[in-house]
Design a binder for this molecule. Sequence first.
Ligand code: C2G
Length: 130
Amino acid sequence: MKVVITYGTYDVLHLGHINLLRRAKALGDYLIVGLSTDEFNAVKGKKSFYSYEQRKQILEAIRYVDLVIPEENWEQKVKDIKEHKADVFVMGSDWENKFDELREVCEVIYLPRTEDISSTETKEYLKTLD
Ligand code: C2G
């Protein structure tokens, strides 16, 4: 069984997230998502609209996602990859080359980011509605 792993905040779910998850799953048989906790989001300088628990339940409802684990820090990826025997680490291309050190422990693939959509843009647009 080929295990794929990816990480993210996945707040205010949109097609960019779904495109990433669908393509990541297509690279193997089992997809794990390391979901940024609310505390780690603060470290990343992000404040998500939905809480970790809500974002976790939303991700678990997606057909491509097999397991959601908490992402609490930048350093846990190697441990996670070993613990879950992940064969492939996947991120969107906005992270190109940022995780190349993981090639020591698994395949690293950056997938083209979906253009013109982001949680931030969605949140900004929603603010303009009455
Ligand atoms: N993504 C994408 N296209 C978009 C928006 C996001 O392909 N239009 C991808 C990102 O590249 C990432 C995933 O969707 O692979 C989740 O995006 P975010 O929730 O913004 O995650 P991020 O804050 O980048 O956190 O340790 C890694 C970090 O936790 C990544």
